[in-house]
Design a protein around this ligand. Structure first.
Ligand SMILES: CC(C)(COP(=O)(O)OP(=O)(O)OC[C@H]1O[C@@H](n2cnc3c(N)ncnc32)[C@H](O)[C@@H]1OP(=O)(O)O)[C@@H](O)C(=O)NCCC(=O)NCCS
Length: 164
């Protein structure tokens, strides 16, 4: 479907979204989480999880096409998951979703975002580099399959009027 026929929206994830989110998580192909992991995250007071939907202008049906979640810890957002359904990847929707997560982090008074990413995950690395994330560290054999991870950080630009 052409992008001009779709509108994209972000809303807080709810329990009823878990089936759709698990399907995207599996299709996106990285280490998928169990239902209980998502349930725990939705009741975690320091976590914010969001679902990204595409609405068809013709029939107004909203279809989940991505999701992301982060923790807000001591003024820092820790991005736990971000995924776009493979049918919708490569259309800068990951960019829109990450931008929305950064705005949410700022609403929660975070000054920076930190994440880990596989060193061979080119789409994700391109996404983060486009936002000027810096690589802080490399963790060897970080993932269960032995893959290495980069730890990346983005310090948010200070808003005009911020004293600190
Ligand atoms: C990472 C992910 C969320 C990006 O979403 P997306 O909608 O495809 O991203 P965008 O379209 O905004 O593209 C991001 C950048 O990666 C590039 N890119 C997209 N697909 C790519 C590919 N297969 N190989 C290399 N670069 C790619 C895009 O060109 C873009 O860079 P550009 O703006 O300089 O052109 C998505 O690929 C995904 O869900 N992957 C599986 C889950 C995952 O890896 N999550 C991150 C875990 S840390």
């Amino acid at each position: 479907m052409a992008d001009e026929e779709l509108t994209f929206d972000l809303r807080e994830m709810q329990g009823k979204d878990i089936d759709a989110v698990m399907a995207i998580d599996r299709r996106a192909g990285l280490f998928p989480w169990s239902r209980s992991s998502f349930e725990q995250e939705l009741s975690n007071p320091i976590a914010g999880y969001f679902i990204f939907t595409a609405t068809n202008q013709n029939d107004q049906t909203a279809v989940p096409i991505g999701f992301a979640g982060q923790w807000y810890v001591a003024g820092e957002a820790q991005l736990m998951k971000i995924a776009i359904d493979p049918d919708f990847q490569g259309r800068h929707l990951g960019h829109l979703l990450l931008d929305a997560m950064i705005k949410q982090a700022q609403v929660h008074d975070c000054a920076s975002m930190i994440l880990e990413v596989r060193t061979d995950n080119e789409p994700a690395l391109n996404l983060y580099r486009n936002f000027n994330f810096n690589t802080l560290d490399v963790r060897e054999h970080y993932y269960p399959n032995g893959a290495d991870a980069y730890i990346m950080e983005l310090v948010f630009p200070k808003k005009i009027g911020d004293q600190n």
